[in-house]
Structures are given as structure tokens and as C-alpha cells.
Design a protein around this ligand. Structure first.
Ligand code: SAM
Length: 338
């Protein structure tokens, strides 16, 4: 694996030479949807509130990452980050940092209609909205909530506030919405949203994922190719997870994120901070490194930075989903921060 060429001298570099510059911050493990491929209908045992970092603590750790560790992009996620009361203030404190990191929000868009303006005013750059279907009945089936209209108004509000490009992430489930890929793409193009399909990963709380039933990137491509002409986008992919295709010659594009069947771990530049202050060097890591305890025990910024460097140094070469010895992480996607 070729070492990253522009490594920050004091940055989050692992033993394979990759540098983590893209920080995913989970602001809560709670969510107001119950997507069937993510969590059970009754929800999960939420983190005790004392374990969740306060707004001040989250901002302190983001500050360490940006000013000492070379992080230049911060993405807020969850659970559902819009249910975190301090979200707008946390975004504002992040965009006030120098060097100013790029910022993004991964959200289901429930309530975004009300918050989009405040988020844009706080300096948020863009949003990724998760939406797997534009049919109300399929939406209710997948998410176990009848809220498609809220998502659609949240999307419009994000676009109106210039939180662009507005990207949509969709997961296809066999015999649920896998036949709807072309209509979702057509709808996204008509509305000016950039659609990306993501392969379903073994990260559900119910451990129901199966390699032999998941919809693969090749299948997604084939379904779309029935109605569109897809040509590889020649733009440099870099560390971006999506393979992008021009749709019918462009300029519209569609992305396919083949996390399972064509992993891109060699180019990974991500690191995660959970809502309870644990660093995870990979979505599929089995270990976490605790920053909350030293933070609350009075550690200074350099000590926190050193612990963070150590946490990333031990990152494995790949997520190993296809390895027969693969074991799904104890925390599920919503508890890690997707
Ligand atoms: N609530 C926010 C949202 O809906 O975007 C942020 C958290 S959610 C866990 C982030 C993304 O993870 C969503 O796009 C969701 O579809 C995706 N996701 C959840 N479980 C997944 C799985 N097992 N495989 C692939 N994607 C998954």
C-alpha cells in the first residue's frame, strides 16, 4: 500500500501509511426511525446520558482533532444527529475552528425543514440524507414510520439553504425495494440530488445480514443499466468510497458504494468518535480507545492527541468481511455512528 503523500507530521497515521483526516462524530445513538436493516422495532438500550459527551466535551475533542491531528473534514452523524439538542451550536463551534474544517451532516432529514436554516447559518457545508425509496408504503415498511413527507420537505429545505450538493444515500434490500433503484435515480436527478447506493453491511443490531442475500454493487449496476446508460466518471476518486457513473452521458451522476464486494480500505481516510467518547479506527473495529475518561480526568490536549494517534496507529489493513474469521462488531451501525 503506497504511503499517503501529504501526511500531516503529527497526524493520525497508521502503520500502512494511511492518514485519517475525515472525522465522523456521532452525537447520539438514538434515532427516530427504526430501519429494519439497522435496529429492531423496539429500539436498542440507549447509552446512559452520563456516558454521552456534553456539547463542550465534543467540541473540545473536535478541536484537538482539527488543530493538532490534521483532521480537515468533520461529519456529524448518529443515531440521528438532528435529535441532539446542541447540534447547531456544535456545528457553529466546529466551523469557527482554524484551520476551518469542511463540515457535513448525515441525517434521515426528519425535522430538517425546521433546522436547515440555522445549520446553514452555523456554517454547515452540506448534508447527506438517507432515503431508500420514494414510495410511502415502502418507506413505512423499511423505517417502521410513516414519515416520507417529512424527509422530502427536509430535503427541499436543505437545497434551499444551499447545503449542497445534497446527496442521498440508499440501501437496497432484496424483495423490499431492490426493484425501485431506477425510479429512485430518476426522481433524484429530477430534483437535483446526487444519489449513491450503499451495499448493506453486517452492522445491524439484529445480526440478520447475510452475504448471500445482500444486493451487491454488480446487481445495483445491472438494475440501473436496464433503464440508463452508465459510463464511469473519469474524475479522480481519491479516498471517496463511491464509484461514480455518468447517467446517460451526464452531467447527472450516480454513485455505488461497494463496501462489501469491492472494499476500499487501502484508501480509507476515516476515523470515528462515538457519542460516548470512544475512538474507532474502523467501522468494523473490534476495539475502541477511550478518550472520555482521560478527558474527564483532566488530560490536556496533547495527551488526548497522543491517545488518538495511538488509536489510529493500530488500524488494520482491511475490514475483513470476506474473511471466514470475520466477527461483526459488538456495536451496531447506529451506536457507532454511520
Ligand atoms: N440517522 C442518520 C441517517 O439516517 O443518515 C445517520 C445514521 S445512519 C446509521 C447512517 C447511514 O447508515 C444511513 O444511510 C443508513 O441507511 C445506513 N445504514 C444503517 N445500517 C446499515 C447497514 N447495515 N448497511 C449499510 N448501511 C447501513
Amino acid at each position: 500500500m503506497a504511503p499517503t503523500t501529504h501526511a500531516h507530521p503529527e497526524g493520525l497515521v497508521d502503520r500502512y501509511g494511511r492518514q485519517a483526516t475525515d472525522l465522523r462524530v456521532s452525537l447520539t445513538d438514538r434515532c427516530n426511525l427504526r430501519c429494519e436493516y439497522c435496529m429492531p422495532a423496539e429500539g436498542l438500550d440507549w447509552l446512559p446520558s452520563d456516558d454521552v459527551l456534553t456539547d463542550t466535551e465534543v467540541v473540545r475533542l473536535i478541536n484537538v482533532a482539527v488543530t493538532r491531528l490534521g483532521v480537515d473534514e468533520v461529519r456529524f452523524t448518529g443515531g440521528e444527529p438532528l435529535v441532539r439538542r446542541g447540534l447547531v451550536d456544535i456545528v457553529g463551534a466546529t466551523t469557527a475552528l482554524r484551520p476551518r474544517p469542511r463540515t457535513a451532516l448525515t441525517t434521515n432529514a426528519l425535522g430538517l425543514q425546521r433546522t436547515a436554516r440555522a445549520l446553514a447559518d452555523a456554517g454547515l457545508d452540506r448534508v447527506n440524507v438517507s432515503l431508500d425509496t420514494i414510495r410511502p408504503d415502502t418507506f413505512a415498511q423499511i423505517t417502521r414510520r410513516d414519515r416520507l413527507h417529512d424527509v422530502l420537505s427536509g430535503l427541499s429545505a436543505a437545497a434551499e439553504q444551499g447545503l449542497a450538493p445534497v446527496k442521498i444515500n440508499a440501501v437496497l434490500l432484496r424483495d423490499v425495494n431492490d426493484d425501485q433503484a431506477p425510479e429512485l435515480l430518476r426522481w433524484a436527478i429530477d430534483h437535483g440530488y446526487e444519489l449513491r447506493f450503499i451495499e448493506q453491511m453486517p452492522l445491524d443490531a439484529q445480526h440478520g445480514w447475510r452475504r448471500d442475500t445482500m444486493i451487491t454493487a454488480d446487481e445495483i449496476f445491472d438494475r440501473l443499466a436496464e433503464q440508463f446508460t452508465l459510463t464511469p466518471d473519469s474524475e479522480e476518486r481519491g479516498s471517496a468510497p463511491a464509484e461514480r457513473f455518468l447517467v446517460d452521458g451526464g452531467p447527472a451522476t450516480v454513485g455505488v458504494i461497494a463496501s462489501v464486494t469491492r472494499p476500499f480500505c487501502g484508501d480509507c481516510d476515516r476515523v470515528r468518535l462515538t457519542a460516548d467518547g470512544q475512538v474507532r479506527n474502523c467501522l468494523f473495529a473490534r476495539e475502541e480507545s477511550d478518550l472520555r475518561t482521560p478527558l474527564r480526568d483532566g488530560a490536556d490536549d496533547e495527551e488526548l492527541a497522543n491517545r488518538w494517534r495511538l488509536a489510529v496507529a493500530g488500524k488494520r489493513a482491511g475490514h475483513g468481511i470476506d474473511d471466514p474469521a470475520f466477527v461483526q462488531p459488538t456495536r451496531s451501525m447506529s451506536a457507532i455512528g454511520g
